[in-house]
Structure formats: C-alpha cells, structure tokens
Design a protein around this ligand. Sequence first.
Ligand code: ADE
Ligand code: ZN
Length: 364
Amino acid sequence: MSIAAAAALRALSCYDDRGSLKGALTLTDIAAFIEGLPKVELHLHIEGTLEPEMLLALEARHGMSLPYASVEAARAAYRFTQLQDFLDLYYQGTSVLRTEQDFYDLAWAYLSRAHAQNVIHTEIFFDPQAHTARGVPFATVIAGIRRALDEAAARHGLTSRLILCFLRHLDETDAQRTLDMALPYRSWIAGVGLDSSEAGHPPSKFARVFARARSHGLRAVAHVGEEGPAPYIWEALDLLKVERIDHGNRAIDDPSLVDRLHGARMPLTMCPLSNLKLCVIKDLRDHPLRRLLQQGLAVTVNSDDPAYFGGYMTENFTAVQSALGLTAAELIQLTRNAIDGSFAGESERAAMTARLAAFARTIY
Ligand code: ADE
Ligand code: ZN
C-alpha cells in the first residue's frame, strides 16, 4: 500500500464507534484509502455496464438508430423515479448487443475498469432472456462474456464467476427453457439469480426452476427487498434456498428477519448509488447499510448497473463512506464479508483474505 493510503487508513480510524469524526480527515486521504482497498464485487449486471459511448458505437456498428443524438443526450435520459423506469431503458440498451464481439467488448470494458479500481474478484450477472428473445443465441452471449473473463484472469489476475439471472416479469416456462439452454455450459456458470421487476413477482413463482438449477449444483441468489417487501426475502430464503440476498434493504423492517439473516451469516449485496438513483432511498444518509452492518449482518458494497447509476465500486464506496461516516474497520469488514460470501474456491478466498490482511496490517 502507498504511504498516502496508509496515512488515509490512520486518518479514517479517527472516527469514534458511533461514526463521529474525531480528527481532521481530508478528501484526499479517504480517496487514497478507498483506492488502495482490494475490492470484491458480488452484484454487477454486465448489461448495466453499457456506457453511452459504447451504446452509440455499437449502434453505428450495426447501422441501427436509437433515440439518442449524442452521448450527452443518452446520459441525460438516465433519470428514474422507480426501478421500472430504469428497466425500460436498460432493455432498450441491450438491443445493440448482437454478436459475440459485442458481448466481449462490453465485458472487457467493465473488467478493465474494475481492474483499474483494484477490484480483485467479481461475480457477474447476465440476463440471457433479454437477448434470446431478440433472436441472439445463448451461445453467442456466453461465449463473448467468457472470452473476456478468461482474458482478465490471464492478463490481470482478476478472478470471476458468472451468474445467470432469470427475468422475473417473464413466466416459469421461459425460465425453464433458459435453464435448458444454459446446461450445456454448466461448467462456465456458478449460479442462478432472479432480477427485473420485483413488485408482483414473488420468488415463489420460480421455486421449481431454482430447485432444478440447484439439483445441477448451481448456487442460488435472488434480488429481493429492493422495491419488494420483507416477505419476499423470507420466500427467497425458504423457497429458493438462496445463499445470498441481492439488495435486501427491506430486511431492516423486520427484526425477526434480521435475526434469521444474522444466524445464517447470509450475505447482503447492497448497492448504494443504485438505490439512490432508483429512489429506493431519498438520501444516502438514510441507507440501511451501516445499521445492518452494526447488527452483525454480512453486508457488502456493489455497483449493480454502474453505467446508469453514476459509479463503479470506488464511487460506491466513496459515496457511502461519506454519507454514513464509515470507519476504516467497517470498510475492511465490508470487503471481508464480500470475500467470505463469494463463490470463489477455498484457495482463491484464502488468497483474497491474505491480500486484505496485508492491506490492513500496514496501518494497524
Ligand atoms: N436488472 C438490472 N439491474 C436490476 C436491479 N437493480 N433490480 C432488478 N433487476 C435489475
Ligand atoms: Zn441488481
């Protein structure tokens, strides 16, 4: 770690137990610390990394015409009052992804940025139904992403896992068909997830397809408690038998659920800037992340759809540290939770833990 990062870590320790600032701390100090922190991302939609620049480049590559005259016009359209507003633009954006090269370019751009931000391991969602419904073969999607993942491992030592998400606004039969398409690629896929419009689409709708996926050794996660209520989180645990909760903000409403999540050491993959942009919270200072962390939950920080929500991992850590006054120990704990909750193998997790410990040792 650089001298600046070590100084920043000492400075961050100037918060007392309640998060109040005891000593002077400059923005440069915090930036150096967050930059130096080895990061692990567990909640990232590859289609949500499509920056306006690439959207327009792919539009031109394929001779298409989308409603944006410029990069600025596209970015200006990214204003949302709820999840569905975002999903409408997100699915429209996927229309430029057609060839294996497109998926490779998309994934490689994300992995390069992640590496530049000191992300050492990432677990990536993809939404095959958003592509197969347009006639793009499953093989095209996964082969492009996979090529980029292999290259990131070889060139940067950046490890990864791939998680196939079922779109919950579609029916169970469509999800089962998607699982059929995925099974020939079983060795490239670590798990299944559930995303898209939450309200009115409870996890129970997908209990059978998740059971079938688990019978093939796939791990299970689900988006719940983002806009949907706490009972959806119970369903994800009891019916889908998930190993991680994606978002889970609404757990804070139900003390018995908090106890259950605590007892199970269940990771919550929280996404601060996403929640702000989609009006899940009004202000980052209201975010439940720190309260849940202080209750002992295995909370993590993630970027969700960074091209649409104004930031990748570093920007999420920076925003949430500033809004909630997170201490150095809490920032390190968030990363420890991500390592422990990841689907990486035992030796990969041990190596990440050692790297985090080396970072922390330079100041304690
Ligand atoms: N798909 C991409 N991002 C999502 C989010 N934040 N919630 C639900 N589905 C999504
Ligand atoms: Zn998400």
